[in-house]
Design a protein around this ligand. Structure first.
Ligand SMILES: CC(C)(COP(=O)(O)OP(=O)(O)OC[C@H]1O[C@@H](n2cnc3c(N)ncnc32)[C@H](O)[C@@H]1OP(=O)(O)O)[C@@H](O)C(=O)NCCC(=O)NCCS
Length: 173
């Protein structure tokens, strides 16, 4: 159901309440996920979908009623013994701060429980305090730090190595 509420006579302002659902991200979704990162990032996600087919990871999508992904993120079961590791969480920028990230994290935690595991872990960049605050609100606590690095495609199309420091967080499920 989709509800549009006109807030005043003749006004173009409106509030939309749109139901969303969580399912596995599929290769056919990738062209609709360009908001989540560069071409290099999407090729990486495509490779991870191969690992999802092999059962090594779950990769989730929160979708609108017309089945468009507005939030995506994965759970890797091969990073840490006895835990699922949340990674690559991203919400469509225009729809951030509306609870989609929370929904995605909770759905990922349910996938971890479904595999008989009782711990969720993640790494968040030290320079991303907003995301860290969200994870703390959701019950995650910091237990260490770890450097990380990955290739990034700049606006000029050049690929550069990006190095960063992450806070490691976890939550018992
Ligand atoms: C980090 C990220 C995944 C969080 O997703 P999100 O959908 O914005 O998260 P939520 O809406 O669930 O919660 C975040 C905020 O919304 C608020 N919020 C949650 N539900 C809300 C609602 N129904 N109405 C209004 N605000 C709400 C929270 O209090 C929180 O406040 P903040 O905006 O001051 O931080 C998202 O912002 C994102 O994609 N960021 C860019 C990529 C990134 O940093 N990824 C994380 C890598 S570790």
């Amino acid at each position: 159901m989709l509800a549009a509420v006109m807030t005043a006579h003749e006004s173009a302002d409106a509030t939309l309440a749109v139901p969303v659902s969580v399912r596995d991200l599929l290769p056919r979704d990738l062209p609709a996920c360009t908001w989540s990162g560069s071409g290099i990032h999407l090729r990486h996600v495509e490779r991870e979908l191969g690992r999802a087919a092999a059962g090594e990871v779950d990769y989730l999508a929160v979708c609108t009623p017309v089945d468009l992904p507005v939030a995506i993120g994965g759970v890797d079961y091969q990073v840490s013994e006895g835990a699922g590791t949340l990674w690559q969480l991203a919400v469509l920028p225009a729809l951030q701060s509306r609870g989609l990230g929370t929904l995605l994290v909770r759905a990922a935690e349910q996938r971890i429980r479904n595999r008989g595991l009782r711990r969720a872990e993640l790494a968040v960049e030290e320079n991303n305090p907003r995301a860290r605050a969200l994870y703390e609100r959701l019950g995650y606590t910091a237990y260490g730090r770890k450097p990380d690095a990955w290739d990034q495609e700049g606006p000029d199309g050049l690929i550069r190595r990006y190095e960063t420091m992450c806070v490691l967080m976890r939550r018992d499920l």
